[in-house]
Design a protein around this ligand. Sequence first.
Ligand SMILES: C[S@@+](CC[C@H](N)C(=O)[O-])C[C@H]1O[C@@H](n2cnc3c(N)ncnc32)[C@H](O)[C@@H]1O
Length: 263
Amino acid sequence: MKLTDTNFLCCPECKANLSVSQQNGTNGDIKRFLVCNGCKKEYFIDGYYIDFMGGRTLAYKGEWEKFIRSFYAKIYTPATNFMFLFCGGVKTAKKEVLSHLDLKDNSLVLETGIGAAENFYYLNKAARNLSFFGIDIQKQMLIHSARNLKKWNLQAELFLADAEELPFKDEMFDVVFHLGSINLFINKEKAINEMIRVAKPGTKIVIADESEKGGKLMNLFTGSNDVVIPPLDLIPKEMLNAKIETIWNGYGYVIEFWKPLKK
Ligand SMILES: C[S@@+](CC[C@H](N)C(=O)[O-])C[C@H]1O[C@@H](n2cnc3c(N)ncnc32)[C@H](O)[C@@H]1O
């Protein structure tokens, strides 16, 4: 799969098809980008990722949260490793979530909110010939991801995009999961519906984040008053076997459900 495979991608906003285009840069270089065949928006290819955000990034409630979250993004791996000590260690905590995936050889795997791509490292050991796709809303995270993927000699397609508006056509992925920030999404329902839309019929979808107990701990670091309500009620009724489980020594939850096969 090529990063710019337009059979695979769509406009994140209007969902129309995309075409590859190019223009001459100021210093004679050629800039390649994707153009939406519907709304005509342009999405630039920034080396190893496609920018579907066009300058937008995380929404912050205030300057303090912006400072903390931007700083956290810079020191992401050591900070996360520290916080996961409360949850039994980062490796155990991630495996506790990843063990819920229905992973088979040759699967196309999508993670929304990829962070530093560490989950792909573990999944790559769990099945053969996986194709990895990761989106994240923060450019800093794609920088961490690209560095790690190179270190691990692992291939993944990266996109700067919002989990609430995925740039993929319907029913593309065999595995779809999110680990770690849905509690803070502006529109959780939209993000869940997007995960369902891009999953093939019969796919198991997995969503994990901090529980109320974990949220209280996070609030100590961020200075926020966020209240965690795991989004089980937002799973559409037509999904199958939706359930929630407490993980990470009580600091997290994992929700799983199946997208039904077509009748
Ligand atoms: C706590 S980290 C977890 C990263 C990774 N899933 C892991 O398990 O290591 C959450 C990630 O979600 C990203 N994120 C937050 N809101 C997002 C959104 N609306 N769309 C896409 N990514 C988002 C953050 O930038 C961050 O990289």
